[in-house]
Design a protein around this ligand. Structure first.
Ligand code: FES
Length: 518
């Protein structure tokens, strides 16, 4: 089996029974904020795109690149489709010209021609990707590979059941706007960023340890930021609070916890795997040397890609759009139908729209999405818990293209600033990723079922009897829970709960049921 690195979360898997291209991403994503790094735009995509199977793990724009798929990927390829509750991924791929789909069942092995076996595990909570994320397991000729991608399953037991895995590809770096966009003093931002960076690595080590594969491939990021307005997010300034460590840093950190089996794939690197667990890798340029010159590579890319960013920016302004009127029309019916998410947000969310492409510049208009009042209206000077500041042009563009997911566009762009009083509230982001009837209904239904399911069973921590499933994403607390004093931490995403009151210390809502035996 041969694995070719094709950048970011993308790879091509070649076997004697056929080839699979995963998540090819080349064009900038999220308002031209994210670019793949190292650059993969000069690969021979005509050849790489001539494959038997295509796997797009989910619809995040750094995994689903419509323009690239349309132009370079063989439309005769069979799409290996994760089992998602909505048909959006299939619909979008059909629109690009793909016609052959294998609709897989989550967690079930499918046997393809020539003895090639695949299994896709689909995660379907409203907080997974843009409503869904997935991992691909592949077996051929006794060699097993898990492309975990950026999916965060509660554990890897389903993959372990299928036998020893030879190669494990997984995310290790950040892919979010927190804490950089928050209006916080620099010292606090660094402290939060450092915590986040440590948590990302801890989670990675836990997954690696769970699977115990022969070889570990750090993939799915970090992206690079080539616009001058976002340049500071690249991890080249020695900032320990930067959440985007690269593959070279991964190797260093992995070595500190005893990891010696990491393999970095540059775009164009090729690893040959054998069933005996051997791996031989060739690189287009030495990996150490490449990362030692990271800043120079980024600067060269910044210059080369500047016209692309400028062209994108030129397409965002649509001053003829009545932003308040349009948001009223689109969001108010959804507020009316939302029960769990509206309750979860619990108050008004304020948006300040500026005359720039980000949070700087003059504020032109302030509006409020009033969850309890179920309306979108001008801001009236009241105290709000959550506030966002971004360019009005960006929202005009979202309205213009009828974007139903502001996470997969505006928020991941990092072209905004945020402020909040109190804890993180996942419902704010869940709602703004569900700006369509289909998604809203799905998410509301999921929260309803989830609420009932997490209540069912108990587990024991010393004297404490605690509900067995984490109120966040149902992780088994008998496995992931750690109690220190009166605080229980779920190690899957690090959420903390105060046992005597049941209060979640990490996010608003999400109470845990716990009682102490006297
Ligand atoms: S499942 Fe996310 S913190 Fe427990």
């Amino acid at each position: 089996m041969r694995i070719t690195g094709t950048g970011h979360a993308s790879m091509r898997i070649d076997t004697a029974a056929g080839s699979i291209l995963c998540d090819p991403w080349v064009n900038p994503a999220y308002f031209a904020s994210w670019f793949p790094f190292p650059d993969n735009s000069r690969l021979d995509w005509e050849t790489l795109g001539n494959v038997d199977y295509l796997y797009v793990s989910h619809l995040h724009r750094d995994h689903f690149d419509a323009e690239h798929l349309k132009r370079f990927i063989n439309k005769k390829a069979t799409v290996l489709l994760p089992e998602y509750p909505t048909s959006q991924l299939e619909d979008e791929l059909r629109e690009l010209g793909f016609t052959s789909f294998l609709r897989t069942k989550s967690d079930e092995v499918h046997e393809l021609d020539g003895g090639l076996k695949i299994m896709i595990q689909a995660l379907i909570s409203p907080t997974d990707g843009p409503i869904g994320d997935s991992s691909l397991w592949v077996e051929h000729d006794g060699i097993r590979v898990l492309n975990q991608n950026d999916a965060r399953p509660t554990d890897l037991s389903r993959f372990n059941e299928l036998g020893h895995v030879h190669a494990h590809m997984l995310q290790f770096s950040g892919a979010i706007w927190y804490p950089m966009v928050y209006e916080l003093p620099d010292a606090a931002k660094t402290a939060f960023g450092k915590q986040k960076r440590d948590r990302q690595f801890d989670r990675t080590w836990r997954y690696i340890d769970d699977l115990k594969a022969d070889h570990v491939f750090p993939i799915a990021g970090p992206p690079c930021f080539l616009d001058d307005e976002l340049w500071q997010f690249n991890d080249i300034f020695g900032d320990e609070g930067n959440i985007f460590p690269d593959q070279a840093v991964f190797l260093e950190e992995y070595a500190k916890v005893g990891g010696t089996n990491g393999i970095v794939l540059l775009p164009g690197s090729v690893t040959s795997l054998t069933a005996a667990g051997e791996a031989e890798t060739t690189h287009p340029v030495p990996v150490d040397e490449f990362f030692a010159n990271k800043q120079a590579h980024l600067e060269e890319m910044r210059e080369r890609k500047a016209p692309i960013i400028a062209a994108e920016k030129a397409s965002w302004r649509h001053p003829e759009i009545d932003v308040l009127g349009e948001l009223k029309k689109r969001i108010e019916p959804l507020l009316e139908e939302s029960i769990y998410m509206a309750q979860g947000v619990g108050g008004p969310v304020r948006f300040d729209f500026t005359d720039s492409f980000g949070p700087t510049g003059e504020i032109l208009e302030s509006i409020v999405v009033d969850f309890p009042g179920k309306q979108v209206r001008p801001y009236a000077g009241e105290k709000v818990r959550y506030r966002f500041k971004t360019g009005r042009a960006l929202v005009e563009h979202l309205i213009h293209i009828d974007e139903g997911d502001w996470v997969n566009s505006l928020f991941l762009s990092c072209r905004f600033s945020a402020a909040r009083i109190g804890q993180y509230n996942e419902f704010v982001y869940a709602f703004f990723k569900c700006l369509s009837e289909e998604r809203l209904q799905y998410a509301e239904g999921w929260y309803d079922e989830h609420e009932k399911a997490v209540e069912a069973e108990d587990t024991q921590f010393g004297d404490w009897t605690v509900q067995r499933r984490c109120p966040h994403l149902k992780a088994d607390l008998s496995r992931f829970g750690v109690v220190d004093g009166n605080v229980l931490t779920c190690q899957l995403h690090g959420w903390k709960f105060d046992l005597p009151s049941g209060r979640c210390l990490t996010s608003v809502g999400h109470k845990i049921r716990a009682s102490k035996t006297e």
